[in-house]
Every structure is written in structure tokens, then in C-alpha cells.
Design a protein around this ligand. Structure first.
Ligand SMILES: Nc1ncnc2c1ncn2[C@@H]1O[C@H](COP(=O)(O)OP(=O)(O)OP(=O)(O)O)[C@@H](O)[C@H]1O
Ligand SMILES: [Mg+2]
Length: 217
């Protein structure tokens, strides 16, 4: 199997004035295309930092992040943005929808060319048929998260990165979201979720644990 993502000896050091925090301390990790991985571990262990590097929202202080065979440090900012937009879909704990935009408009945001038909198709795929014109306040938490997943799918990504996607949801809605992610994985998408919830992690094929900026399988 080919690796969609390789992280080699990655360090991330945050500097605040004279203080330095080593959020990642030499992380090594490979993700095969088509896998579904859960990352668990205590608060502050570096899970979100790792996801940010995987999705090129940030660069490592040391070490390499290789996405689809390309070392992202060798790419220009423009090339990185292109790869991020076309290969990666992000889902966050707090949905991060724009409150003044409808479900459909939120899904169209990342599209280069606004495609209403495609946005509706994706909303159908996540089980929101007929709710295209609802504002986030007119949706339940579980539905808002499905809009956020639909938005992550807008540019047909190969890799979905979800940071505590069920963190704000009750058990029923958490299961719905995990079943949706399972369906997307079965359709061929590679997925990494960060979660504190063992029930959510059970849906993944594999779980790794982070502690003190390192990964343990
Ligand atoms: N932008 C930043 N500037 C400075 N320090 C940061 C920054 N982001 C994270 N950190 C620090 O890096 C470490 C790892 O943070 P990270 O957010 O990756 O943890 P986490 O495992 O996602 O935690 P949680 O489960 O609480 O979300 C923590 O010590 C945190 O305080
Ligand atoms: Mg986090």
C-alpha cells in the first residue's frame, strides 16, 4: 500500500517570548492510503499540533512531513495552499460554520467555482437533503457537524482530518457522525480523527496514543 502521509522525526517548538514549548518531540508515523486512524492521549500531548502539521496548517520546526510523496517543506506557499485546498478536508470540534451563511453556502465556501448542484449532492450524501437553506442556528449540533463534514468534502479530498469531531455531541449524534466518517472511509477516503471518546475511537481501524509529544502505537 502507498502511504498518503509520512511524518519523519517531526518536532514542533512553540516560542513565546523566552519560553519554549516542545509540542512534538520527534514524531514518526505513516498513514496508508485508505486507512482510518484514531489518535488519543491526554490534553496537551500534541494531538492537535500533529493534525495541523498533517494538514499543512503549520510546518514542523524540525523533521519532514510528506504528503502524497511530496515533502511539504520543498513546496512554495502557493503549492502548499493548492495541496491543502484540494487534498485535505478539515473538521473541527466546534463546527466552525459561518453563522450568517446557509448550509449550502457554507459548503460552497472552499470551492473555487461555486457549484450549487455539487453542494446539494454533498449535503444529500451526509443526510441533509432538503436542509440546504437552513442557517446554522436552525440546525441541531449533529446536523451542524454534518454541514462541516460536507464543507470538508467540497473539493473531493483524499484525506480527512477531524479534531474531536464528536466533542460537542451527545452519544446518538456522535454515533451518526462516526458512521458517516466510516461510510466516507469505505468510499476510499483516508481519515485521521483525534478523540477523547473511546466509543468514537472504536470506529477507526487503528488507535495510536500520544504522550508528551510522542506517538505510541
Ligand atoms: N499556538 C501555540 N502557542 C504556544 N503553545 C502552544 C500552541 N498550540 C499548542 N501549544 C502547546 O503545545 C502543547 C500541545 O498542544 P496541542 O494543542 O497539540 O494538545 P492536544 O493534545 O491537542 O490537547 P487537547 O486534548 O487539550 O486538545 C501544549 O502544551 C500547548 O499548550
Ligand atoms: Mg487538541
Amino acid at each position: 500500500m502507498t502511504d498518503i502521509l509520512e511524518i519523519k522525526e517531526a518536532w514542533k517548538t512553540y516560542k513565546m517570548g523566552t519560553e519554549e514549548v516542545n509540542a512534538l518531540r520527534g514524531v514518526n508515523f505513516n498513514l496508508e492510503e485508505g486507512s482510518f486512524l484514531a489518535v488519543m492521549g491526554p490534553s496537551g500531548s500534541g494531538k492537535s499540533t500533529l493534525l495541523h502539521l498533517a494538514g499543512m496548517l503549520d510546518l514542523p520546526s524540525k523533521g519532514d512531513v510528506i504528503l502524497k510523496g511530496k515533502n511539504i517543506s520543498d513546496l512554495s506557499g502557493k503549492e502548499q495552499a493548492h495541496l491543502r485546498r484540494n487534498q485535505i478536508g478539515f473538521v473541527f470540534q466546534r463546527f466552525n460554520l459561518l453563522s450568517q451563511l446557509t448550509a449550502m453556502e457554507n459548503v460552497m465556501l472552499p470551492m473555487l467555482k461555486q457549484d450549487k448542484e455539487k453542494a446539494q449532492e454533498i449535503l444529500d450524501r451526509v443526510g441533509l437533503e432538503g436542509k440546504y437553506d437552513r442557517l446554522p442556528t436552525q440546525l441541531s449540533g449533529g446536523e451542524e457537524q454534518r454541514v462541516a463534514i460536507a464543507r470538508a468534502l467540497a473539493n473531493d479530498p483524499l484525506l480527512i482530518l477531524a479534531d474531536e469531531p464528536t466533542g460537542e455531541l451527545d452519544t446518538h449524534n456522535s454515533r451518526m457522525i462516526m458512521e458517516l466518517l466510516t461510510k466516507l472511509n469505505q468510499e476510499g477516503m483516508s481519515i485521521i480523527i483525534v478523540t477523547h471518546d473511546p466509543m468514537a475511537a472504536e470506529y477507526a481501524h487503528k488507535t495510536v496514543e500520544m504522550r508528551d509529544g510522542k506517538i505510541f502505537s
